[in-house]
Design a protein around this ligand. Structure first.
Ligand SMILES: *Cc1c(COP(=O)(O)O)cnc(C)c1O
Length: 386
């Protein structure tokens, strides 16, 4: 196997040289010629049951298969060391398909560890996909499992506290139950949950994988028969990714390692500076003091990443002042783009989360971008002091 940086540049592009191309073509056909009724019908049958396109056969219809999307999936799967990957119209569509697949298999009970992305938390709490959730601490997963448990669901690093969960320990506690990891904050550059025994790795590709705040997408890297189950769910529910978005994501993969490492270097400096400020009572960053009690940096994560949350002594009022006072950093939700973004989880992204599980009102979440760290620090300083 080539190194991760080389895989990022080349995966999903193996056939291009023979096609006389350097850059993948974008296939925008919504429908495809059928060679004859029998072969068209067979391809339809294969694809609607979650099969992969047989070379030389017709993709039939864009909702069943798209070659540009399949290229991105091959690239992401290689980076995640997964058997394959299935892309969706958004991160929430990917999470929905995972949950619906558990329900469809007759195992609707989900054991989940908080904190989770606000949308995931409210989707599980609402239960309207037919799931039943038990919230468990990482140490109490084994006891929470029931005969109809279909998944153990975790997010690491978690949003917005950057809490790290030991994937191998969760997999051991889960026994035969598959473990799904939302690895959006880590990206395949910093963590490969499948190497630690996870069955499903979920990314909001809207974030680092796209990397330029111009695509909404989700992807699940998966093992074994989960791939066919997820593709079947995608065909039936229609939460497909548009090929132009897939092209941008596949392009994003090429620079993902470079972008993540550069943003991480910047975040390290910002986190250190924040830790030295009197106005800041706590820095939530895997490398900050006391934030990695299980020693997962190095063992599970290759680096702390570029997401930094911090609590302000002045509480909500000071958080509001900083969010409103930054000039280079933008006050906006989302993360993982080239530009730095700051937002207030309790008031915005984690608003749907019940009060007992909601982040503190003093906390801001900072997605550190690719600007010069000195400029970001100066911006934070003027917002804190201004
Ligand atoms: C943004 C996000 C999601 C949801 O993804 P969308 O692409 O917005 O639907 C899920 N999990 C995490 C950790 C996220 O940051």
């Amino acid at each position: 196997m080539t190194s991760a940086d080389t895989t990022a540049v080349h995966a999903g592009r193996d056939d291009l040289r023979a096609l006389g191309l350097v850059v993948p073509p974008i296939d925008l056909s919504s429908t495809y010629p059928l060679p004859d009724i029998d072969r068209g019908g067979e391809s339809y049958e294969n694809l609607t049951h979650g099969g992969q396109l047989v070379p030389g056969e017709s993709p039939v219809y864009l909702r069943l298969w798209n070659p540009t999307v399949a290229r991105f999936e091959a690239g992401l799967a290689a980076m995640e060391h997964a058997d394959g990957a299935v892309a969706f119209a958004s991160g929430m569509a990917a999470i929905t398909a995972v949950l619906q697949s558990a329900v469809a298999a007759g195992t609707p009970h989900i054991v989940a560890v908080r904190p989770l992305y606000g949308g995931t938390d409210s989707l599980l709490s609402a239960g309207f996909l037919g799931t039943k959730v038990t919230w468990a601490e990482p140490g109490a997963i084994a006891e929470a499992i029931q005969p109809d448990t279909g998944l153990v669901y975790i997010e690491t690093p978690a949003n917005p506290t950057m809490d790290l969960t030991d994937i191998e320990a969760v997999v051991a506690a889960a026994g035969d139950v598959p473990v799904a990891v939302d690895s959006t904050f880590a990206t395949p550059v910093l963590q490969n949950p499948i190497d630690h025994g996870a069955t499903l790795v979920i990314h909001s590709a809207t974030k680092y994988i796209g990397g330029h705040s111009d695509v909404v997408a989700g992807v699940v890297a998966a093992q074994g028969d989960w791939l066919a189950r997820l593709r079947t769910m995608r065909v039936l529910t229609g939460a497909v990714l548009h090929p132009e978005a897939a092209f941008l994501l596949h392009r994003g993969l090429q620079t993902l390692p470079v972008r993540v490492r550069a943003a991480q270097e910047c975040a390290r400096q910002v986190a250190q500076w924040l830790a030295g400020r009197d106005e800041v009572t706590q820095v939530f960053y895997p490398e900050a003091a006391g934030r990695d009690p299980l020693g997962l940096l190095g063992r599970q994560m290759r680096g702390p990443g570029a997401m930094v949350s911090f609590a302000l002594a002045g509480g909500y009022a000071q958080a509001a002042k900083v969010a409103g006072g930054v000039k280079i950093i933008q006050h906006a939700v989302s993360l993982g783009g080239t530009e730095s973004l700051i937002q207030h989880p309790a008031a915005v992204t984690h608003r749907p989360v019940p009060p007992e599980a909601r982040p503190a009102a003093s906390v801001l979440r900072f997605s550190v971008g690719l600007e010069d760290p000195a400029d970001l620090i100066a911006d934070l300083q003027q917002a804190l002091e201004g």
